[in-house]
Write a protein that binds this ligand. Structure first.
Ligand code: FUL
Ligand code: CA
Length: 484
């Protein structure tokens, strides 16, 4: 995208009014900007727990349980790609503690299974298939380990950190490092079969685990947790953010606690975020394609229409959509899952293939000056944007379409490298005799998709940006008709 941005004119005099707007509030890092570009990705669960038909393995399944008879990384990744997923996070170790790579840290790993005659490395196979097919790769390594005898003691942290080091060293650059919040409780724990509780505020020493290991070894990896450093959990596993969803966030400590750290924060705010929050920490909406994160023969994948609705409520609210993929005991996605992904991907692709506003004549009530003209909203390039003069915090723009168009979705994007600025907007359509409000909303951020109650046919439209603390930026505007 950056490659198509207009080159600055070197001889244009740099009058102060033409300088870019001053950034506002917490800003996204380069790593987060890259993450915003991914939008839809997947998280894959396939461990001994699949073969036990459970959601949480206790940690006592024999390694020989893990025996996918026809594992095919390309089948899984190609289905993900057809679904429009641009990245895949592999659960390299779930709560049951079984490591899907030949680790030195525990005997409870893939080399003790029949998979590839004990020579296999499932992390490697998925990583390579992902890269071959142009998907980014990420890792989930569960902090909670129900197999390890060491769990709950100081020794376990060293083991967990060593596991992260192995995963960070051997599988190329990661786009995400995903850290689950489920912690402690009962488990096998090397045969003790007991309940172990840890203080999740201190036990994993996240400052050092993430600061000294993840950041240093994998600077491109976005750290996800309920209050991850880069991406926050949306607060539910249903796949949607709140209708108002700010990318900025000030984590809330749990009742009686001083600081909000993973596992010790209050979640009511997570779906909405915090207006003017301390950090840029957009939401990830994680939701399984089926009912559970692991494959169960009795469950069905969600319909393409339901997935499209989740897309609107996640990506369309400035968040990411992380779709759970559950290969079956063959080690492949069920044909129903492949079909659901394919139809969902096609629905998104066909809906957004053509911006019905792309040939509109667009005028704005205020423009900062040359280089910030409103036509930047229609060039399909997120790097070019329209902006107002410093003192102007509300504006309207009028779009005259070449003829009547029928649409039921409006798409807006802010130029987020300068922060999340806009707090309220609405749109009106000209119905021949007057302006009729067709939608209204609050947060925009990386992307806002507004589904209209019913399709609108119009050849003239007005977008009103009605509230912001500072001057405005907007990088893209689109009108779309939901595909059948
Ligand atoms: C959850 C875990 O407890 C689930 O088993 C699953 O891995 C999901 C992605 O995160 O919190
Ligand atoms: Ca643009």
């Amino acid at each position: 995208m950056a490659g198509t941005a207009p080159k600055p004119r070197p001889h244009a005099p740099l009058r102060p009014a033409l300088r870019a707007p001053k950034p506002y509030g917490a800003l996204p890092s380069a790593r987060q900007l890259a993450w915003h570009g991914v939008e839809v990705y997947g998280i894959m669960h396939l461990t001994p727990t699949t073969f036990e038909n459970k959601e949480w393995g206790f940690g006592d399944a024999s390694p020989t349980t893990f025996n996918p008879t026809d594992f095919n990384a390309d089948q899984i990744i190609k289905a993900a790609k057809a679904g429009g997923l641009k990245g895949i996070i592999l659960v390299a170790k779930h709560h049951d503690g079984f490591a899907l790579w030949p680790t030195k840290t525990t005997e409870y790993n893939i080399t003790k299974s029949p998979f590839r005659g004990g020579q296999g490395d499932l992390v490697r196979e998925i990583e390579q298939a992902a890269r071959r097919n142009g998907l980014q790769f990420g890792i989930y390594c569960s902090p909670w380990d129900r197999n390890s005898a060491k769990y709950g003691t100081g020794e376990y942290l060293a083991m967990y950190q060593a596991q992260l080091r192995e995963l960070y060293s051997n599988y190329g650059a990661l786009f995400m490092s995903w850290h689950d919040g489920a912690n402690g409780g009962d488990g096998y724990y090397g045969g003790a079969r007991e309940k172990r509780s840890i203080d999740n505020a201190t036990y994993y020493d996240w400052d050092r685990t993430w600061g000294d290991i993840t950041r240093k070894m994998q600077p491109t990896a976005n750290i996800f947790s309920d209050v991850g450093w880069d991406v926050r959990w949306v607060g539910n596993e249903d796949g949607h953010a709140a209708e108002t969803s700010w990318a900025t966030f000030t984590p809330m400590p749990a009742a009686g606690k001083n600081v909000a750290v993973p596992g010790q924060s209050d979640y009511p705010q997570n779906p909405v975020g915090t207006r003017n929050g301390k950090f840029w920490m957009p939401a990830e909406c994680d939701v399984p394609l089926r009912k559970g994160w692991f494959y169960h023969p009795t469950e069905q994948p969600k319909t393409p229409a339901a997935l499209f609705d989740l897309y609107l409520k996640s990506v369309g609210r400035g968040a990411g959509l992380d779709l759970g993929l559950a290969p079956d005991t063959r080690g492949q996605l069920h044909a129903d899952d492949v079909a659901a992904l394919q139809s969902f991907g096609s629905l998104v692709q066909r809906t957004f293939a053509h911006n019905l506003a792309s040939r509109a004549r667009i005028t704005a009530s205020n423009t900062r000056g040359p280089g910030y003209a409103p036509k930047a909203l229609l060039d399909g390039n997120g790097q070019t944007y329209w902006a107002t003069a410093d003192a102007v915090t509300t504006a309207s723009m009028t779009l005259e379409l070449p003829g009547p168009q029928t649409f039921d979705l409006i798409s807006l994007q802010e130029y987020i490298p300068l922060g999340q600025r806009i707090e309220a907007f609405n749109a009106e359509a000209w119905d021949g005799s007057g302006w009729k409000t067709i939608c209204a909303g609050t947060s925009i951020g990386a992307k806002r998709l507004v589904p209209l109650e019913a399709p609108v046919t119009a050849s003239k439209l007005r977008l009103n940006l009605t509230q912001a603390p500072v001057c405005l930026t907007l990088s893209e505007f689109g009108l779309y008709k939901r595909a059948e």
